[in-house]
Design a protein around this ligand. Structure first.
Ligand code: PLP
Length: 395
C-alpha cells in the first residue's frame, strides 16, 4: 500500500459505525424534501431540513426554474467576472439589495463560498478578524485564509468580545463576524450589543443570516431586520440553500465593499456563476416569502409548541428559541444510537458529533419547516419521549 493510503486506512470510525448499524450519514432520499420523505422505500418525517420556509418543493418555484432553464440553458459556463453574468443574476442582485436594505449585492455559487471569499479578503496583515467561537465552518475557513490575526470571543459573550476589541490597535480595521442564528445550537446572536460595541471601538460588523432568513424579520429578512440593526451591520450574508429553496449565496453591503470584492474575492472570481434555474428559484422564493406571511407565523407557532413539548419532557435543549432545536445527548455513540432508533420510529433528524462539536456537547439537531403540521410535531414529540426514555435521557 502507498504511504498515503496506508495512513488513511487507519481512519476506521465510519466502518465501525456501519458495522454497529448506526452510521447516520448519506441517507439517500428518493422523494421531494416535503415534511414527509421516502428513504429506503419507507415514509419518514423530515425534521432535519434547513428550508424553514418550506418552499423547497413549491410548484411555483419549480415552474420559475424550468422557465429560466428554457430561456438560458442549464449552466453559465463561466465565472460572473467573465462570461457568466446573466441579466437574471443582475435582477436577483437588485431584488436582494432592495429586500435586505443594502446598497449593493453580489451573488456567489454557495453560501460557503461567500464566507470563504469575503472573510478572507477584506482585511490585511495589520488588521483584525474577530469572530464568535461557534461561527459556522465557512467563516472559520475564510478567516484561516486571511492574512490578519484572528481573535475568537466566547460564544455570544459580549464581555469576551469587548476584551478582544480592546486588544486591537484603534486605527486598524476590526471585522467582527458572527452567525445571526447559530446553526447547531439555534440561539440568536446579541446583535444590538455587538453593534453597540462595534460603534464604540470603530469596528465593522458582518452577520451570516443563513438561518435567520425566512425565520426572523419582516418578510423573513433575518435577524438584522428583527433587531432593527440593518443599517448598523456593514455586511449581511445569506444563502439560497435554506429558506430560498435553491443553491447559491449573497453578500449585501455598500458599493465601496462590493467594488473591492468583485475584483479580489477569489471564490467569486474563480468559479462559475449559479445556474439560471437556481437564480430564478431564489427570485421566486423571495416573492412568495413576502406574499405569504402565514409561513413565518405558522413556523413560529409550531416552533413554540415543540420547544414547550421538549422542555416539559425534561429534554436538555440549551438556550435555543428558534426552529433549530438541539437535543443534547453528550456522547458520540449514544447520539448515533438515538438517531437510529428515531429513524426506526419514522423520524429523520441530524446527529451532531465530534469533531463538529466537543465530545461532551454532542446533540441531535431537530429543525422545523413552515409546512410541518402540528400533528406531525406531536407525533415527533411522542417518538422522542419513547426513544429518550429507552436511553435513560429522560424519566
Ligand atoms: C451559518 C451557515 N453559514 C453558511 C452556510 C453555507 O451555506 P451553503 O449551503 O449555501 O454553502 C451554512 C450551511 O450549512 C450555514 O449553516
Amino acid at each position: 500500500m502507498k504511504l498515503l493510503q496506508a495512513k488513511l486506512a487507519k481512519y476506521t470510525a465510519p466502518q465501525q459505525a456501519k458495522a454497529a448499524g448506526v452510521y447516520p450519514y448519506f441517507r439517500a432520499i428518493s422523494s421531494e424534501q416535503e415534511p414527509e420523505v421516502i428513504i429506503e422505500g419507507r415514509k419518514v418525517l423530515m425534521f432535519g431540513s434547513n428550508c424553514y420556509s418550506g418552499l423547497v418543493s413549491d410548484p411555483r418555484i419549480k415552474e420559475a426554474a424550468i422557465e429560466a432553464t428554457r430561456k438560458y440553458g442549464t449552466g453559465c459556463a463561466g465565472s460572473p467576472f467573465l462570461n457568466g453574468t446573466l441579466d437574471l443574476h443582475k435582477q436577483l442582485e437588485a431584488r436582494i439589495a432592495e429586500y435586505i436594505g443594502k446598497e449593493d449585492v453580489m451573488i456567489y455559487s454557495t453560501g460557503f463560498e461567500v464566507n470563504l471569499g469575503v472573510v478572507s479578503c477584506l482585511t490585511g496583515r495589520e488588521d483584525y478578524i474577530i469572530r464568535d467561537e461557534q461561527d459556522h465552518a465557512s467563516i472559520i475557513e475564510g478567516s484561516r485564509l486571511a492574512f490578519s490575526p484572528v481573535l475568537k470571543y466566547k460564544h455570544n459573550d459580549m464581555e469576551s468580545l469587548e476584551k478582544q476589541l480592546q486588544r486591537c490597535a484603534p486605527d486598524k480595521v476590526k471585522l467582527i463576524v458572527t452567525d445571526g442564528v447559530f446553526s447547531m445550537e439555534g440561539d440568536v446572536a446579541n446583535l444590538p450589543e455587538i453593534v453597540r460595541l462595534a460603534k464604540k471601538y470603530d469596528a465593522t460588523v458582518m452577520v451570516d443570516e443563513a438561518h435567520g432568513i425566512g425565520v426572523f424579520g419582516k418578510g423573513g429578512r433575518g435577524t438584522c431586520d428583527h433587531f432593527g440593526v440593518t443599517d448598523d451591520v456593514d455586511l449581511i450574508m445569506g444563502t439560497f440553500s435554506k429558506s430560498f429553496a435553491s443553491l447559491g449565496g449573497f453578500i449585501a453591503c455598500d458599493k465601496e465593499i462590493t467594488n473591492f470584492l468583485r475584483h479580489h474575492s477569489r471564490s467569486y472570481i474563480f468559479t462559475a456563476s449559479i445556474t439560471p434555474a437556481s437564480t430564478a428559484a431564489a427570485l421566486k422564493a423571495i416573492d412568495i416569502m413576502e406574499q405569504e406571511p402565514w409561513r413565518q407565523e405558522h413556523l413560529w407557532n409550531i416552533t413554540n409548541f415543540a420547544l414547550e413539548g421538549f422542555r416539559e419532557m425534561g429534554c436538555e435543549i440549551g438556550t435555543t428559541s428558534t426552529p433549530i432545536i438541539p437535543l443534547y445527548i453528550r456522547d458520540d455513540y449514544k447520539t448515533y444510537h438515538v438517531t437510529r432508533d428515531l429513524f426506526d420510529e419514522g423520524l429523520f433528524v441530524n446527529p451532531v458529533v465530534t469533531p463538529a462539536v466537543a465530545p461532551q456537547d454532542t446533540l441531535i439537531r431537530f429543525s422545523l419547516m413552515a409546512t410541518h403540521t402540528k400533528e406531525q410535531v406531536e407525533f415527533a414529540l411522542e417518538k422522542f419521549r419513547k426513544v429518550f426514555r429507552k436511553h435513560g435521557l429522560i424519566q
